[in-house]
Design a protein around this ligand. Sequence first.
Ligand SMILES: [Zn+2]
Length: 310
Amino acid sequence: MRTVTSHPISRRRNGWCWRAPSPPTAASCLPRCILEEARLQTDSANYHADAGTLPLLVSMPHVGTAIPGDIAAAMTPAALLKADTDWHLRELYGFARELGASTLAAHWSRYVIDLNRPADNANLYPGQDTTGLCPLDTFAREPLYQPGRAPDDAEVRRRLALYWQPYHEALQAELDRLLRLHGRVVLWEAHSIASVVPRFFEGKLPDLNFGSADGASCAPALMEAVTGAARADGRYTIAVNGRFKGGHITRIHGRPAAGIHALQLEMCQSTYMNETAPFAWRPDLAGQVQPLLRRMLGAAAVWAGEGSTA
Ligand SMILES: [Zn+2]
């Protein structure tokens, strides 16, 4: 694998800066980066990013819990609980940086705008219920907005430009960087959801739901390597391209012919946390599933590296 020689820190438009892999290759630039981070923290960053060295990017578009004050003022108390967050995924995937993967995590709540929906708000699962680009209700069908205060078209366009576009630009830039370095890259779309959501599926969801847009977004061998690790573990029920086949990010970025292989993992939150408020992290459960996650990400990175041109 080639050593990273290019400067890993760069300022992104409207957003964050990628942190250097450890150890930083250009330490003299760190203070500027830290200053920039401090400014953006008060200015509200759009995402949190770490640049790694492996041909693997872990994207977490639904982990954000922040809601800008002007939007929160129009919302209901139910909205402000942010129940439909992909809770604790940054902690759950905390090992990814040590592994050498890049990570990208949303700052804003999916209630502000859903980063995993297309800009035109097309339904990803025609004929099935789903929440939209700027959702109007929770998974439990509770209204997110006070009467008469739902976002109009102009407001949706404003949120697309301010909050949706920067994440997608950062995602594309990091995929481009990794592709240049390695020639092949895996995009791991990390998600989690309550194990019982009658609005979306009957009964309890399998523990681990892998999606590749019915095989279109990644090579079958990658899916086999990852699900093989899950089957070998044997403690979790799994589904491949079942109810969740991969959302917008998986479908739009997964282009195997171009060297980008996207795979979504939608996990039941019952595998690592309490599914009712206050949505507490469960170290006893997380401690069991994390080693498997690490093996699966490791398998994905090894697979990507085998096809690397670096
Ligand atoms: Zn999600």
